[in-house]
Design a protein around this ligand. Structure first.
Ligand code: TA6
Length: 276
């Protein structure tokens, strides 16, 4: 096991290596930028045009979206913490890295609550667990939505298959937020997909020629699947025109029912990624 301070395109990061696997996390956003399991294949997508100067959220990796998922409220899209610098803190175990952030005058001016967040990544040769804990340090109850907005690297989106969603209800953000029931045994991509699948209990399986990855959300009730496809991608300044072909997001999400945290209480959720 080894922990190093490294730079990733100018961002200060911690890199943890365990048994031939590595994970790299930037202090900016506590943003996981790379996960290479022991088979040596990078599993996360980061756009070559991503902003890495702290001026905007990073396009790729694992953005921490909190306390608001997407546009579900009046805060900046995807909340407050993906564009702030977190503090590295001592992890409880040697196979982990941990980062913390709390409220300050700037967050309170937008969202008047006291909070302490911790993001912990725990690495094994073929497995990465990304855990978020939310502690309410204030005197009032608060509610949040959020996501671990994981961008997986894929060889060709046209060949990607996601299993495990058949029969689940989803809100189709690409089609007027219609509520739809998934009838396909597997999700495949031939156009924009932006779906919040509700109450996803079990693991999802992402398959493409880079490999098979099992993706399990815990504590987060919902799972988002997103690919912007060509037209939306062309409008994103931090994506190459064909970038959408090399990524798919599978996000551990709390969206349909906001999570309530009482004063002094702590909520935890995580996303576990397994390279198969
Ligand atoms: O999680 C899916 C989503 O909410 C999409 O609607 C899409 O906008 C995406 O997130 C990326 O958002 P961003 O603010 O990072 O461009």
């Amino acid at each position: 096991m080894k922990v190093e301070t490294v730079e990733f395109r100018g961002l200060e990061c911690r890199r943890l290596s365990v048994g031939g696997a590595s994970v790299t996390v930037a202090r900016f956003g506590a943003h996981v930028l790379s996960w290479v399991p022991a088979d040596g294949r990078e599993r996360l997508f980061v756009s070559e045009k991503a902003a890495t100067d702290g001026s905007a959220a990073i396009r790729g990796g694992i953005p921490v979206c909190w306390p608001q998922f997407s546009g579900l409220g009046s805060l900046p899209k995807h909340g407050l913490v993906r564009t702030r610098v977190w503090e590295p803190v001592e992890a409880e175990t040697g196979d982990s890295l941990a980062f913390a952030i709390g409220d300050d005058a700037a967050t309170r001016s937008l969202w008047p609550h006291g909070f302490a967040l911790a993001l912990t990544v725990t690495l094994a040769p073929s497995r990465l667990a990304v855990g978020l804990t939310v502690h309410n340090t204030g005197t009032d109850v608060f509610r949040f939505t959020g996501a671990l907005h994981t961008y997986f690297a894929v060889a060709d989106i046209g060949q990607v298959v996601i299993d495990g969603l058949e029969g689940r209800e989803y809100r189709d953000a690409a089609s007027g937020n219609r509520i739809v029931t998934e009838t396909h045994p597997a999700v495949r991509f031939s156009g924009e997909v932006d779906r919040v699948y509700h109450d996803v209990p079990g693991p999802l399986l992402l398959e493409d020629s880079i490999g098979r990855t099992r993706v399990t959300g815990e504590g987060f009730a919902d799972a988002v699947v997103w690919n912007p496809w060509a037209t939306l991608c062309a409008g994103l300044p931090d994506m190459a025109p064909e970038g959408y072909r090399r990524m798919v997001c599978i996000e551990a999400t709390a969206a349909r029912v906001p999570v309530e945290v009482a004063p002094g209480a702590t909520w935890s959720g995580r996303q576990v990624l397994e390279a198969l």
